[in-house]
Write a protein that binds this ligand. Sequence first.
Ligand code: NAP
Ligand code: MG
Length: 498
Amino acid sequence: MTATIPSTTAEIIGRVPTDLFIDGRWVPAASGATFAVDNPATEETLTHVADGDATDARRALQTAVDHQAAWAATSPRSRSEILYRAYQLIIDRTDEIAAVMTAEMGKPLPEARGEVAYGAEFFRWFAEEAVRIGGDHTITGDGANRIVVTRQPVGPCILVTPWNFPLAMGTRKIGPAIAAGCTMVFKPAELTPLTALLLTDILREAGLPDGVLNVVTTSDPGTVVGEWMTSGRARKVSFTGSTEVGKLLLGQAAGSVMRTSMELGGNAPFIVCADADVDRAVDGIMVAKMRNMGQACTAANRIFVHRSVIDDFTDELAARMTGLVVGDGSADGTQVGPLVEAKAADKVAGLVDDAVGHGARIVCGGRRPAGAGHFYPPTVLTDVHPGAELMHTEIFGPVAAIIPFGGPDSDGLDEAIALANDTPWGLVGYAYTQDLDRADRLSTELQVGMVGINTGLVSNPAAPFGGVKESGLGREGGRLGIEEFLDVKYVARPIRTS
Ligand code: NAP
Ligand code: MG
């Protein structure tokens, strides 16, 4: 079907490159194949992009391998300046990038603009880190030798990203790889290639040398990424996506003992203690639950609320959720867009039905609207049973699942922490309390990589983002983000005494 979107958006989409990007040039797939990119709010096709295969993958990786040595030899300052120019270009083109992002994945325009600011910030951060790659110098215990510790780029990297934050998940990997001096092959998500291709074009315009970043869009991720993973020529894989695919890539990485960074799924607990400021907790859950229509690895998946405040919390949350404006993300005033694809809306509906089957009560929402678009309404469920499937899987939708804990004579903290940790995932946990000792216990005992105390938002380019358990390996952003792209080298040198 031909898109009947507003001409301005159509014009913007029309200017986005749709080919593969290899060795500094836009090239069609070797096979000439393309795949469609759809708008989840209208179900209309926006455009078609090149559908890369194993031949394209090999060419892209060969290019990255060929350029690694020269790129590693460039000055940190020159790499920093490319990143800083790209940061400025992204900010200058905020409205254009946001329009593309909203069209291809559905988030409302204000949220898309927020992601542009957040995503750009990784380039500014890593522009600053590029010139601060440090080392160490010590002397052996016997005083006879120098220990000189330096850092070198790990080598050609494989980057694979999901659709939910199509700009920021790219910049969070490309930024540190450029800063460190690594060349790259990059496969963005099939559902959201346009934002990634626009970002690639911005990096070209910012002066990134040919061959440093090579981008292959594809409808066959197993073949393209599998080609890279089993080549024995890439030295690192940085993946953001599901735990299932992450485990597959970890298995492939073992074949050549490749460095890995894995940002995988989550099942975040959100704990509201008896002493919490309920208004603040509701503000927090609206962010932790509703950012990106609930389609975030950091989304609060299980909301544990002390019985003494559960009625107030539930009523206030239901009122806020009911008041949200659902619609096409490109329309003025929309607060909640569609889910990314039909499969996603079906999955959320199935999880709600299953929870209701396990005794949950629908406080608001729970009914899909008729018509085009993959919409699911903001929904609040209470009395969710621990056996319900949504307790054990990422909901990835605008459904708040509330579970009571504690009682009149118990703060229930042991119970809440045990419930929160009863999952194989460990990305992030949120807790609301005004009691310092409780906050301290929660910070220490939640088995997660990140904790939000009295806040529903932890993501920040200056902070180390990442999880424990099956939520992943390594950290992105912060001081640690660049380390993922550097190898440590130690040089021993005798100290001459005469
Ligand atoms: P996904 O299915 O794992 O996809 C992620 C990426 O992997 C996409 O580019 C995908 O390509 C690719 N892929 C799929 N199958 C592959 C295979 N066999 N070999 C190599 N690559 C393959 O995840 P998603 O559904 O797009 O994204 C949602 C998931 O990402 C959630 O679990 C969420 O929690 C997680 N996530 C984690 C973080 C974090 O930082 N921890 C951040 C955001 C999202 P296609 O697009 O073609 O399928
Ligand atoms: Mg997928």
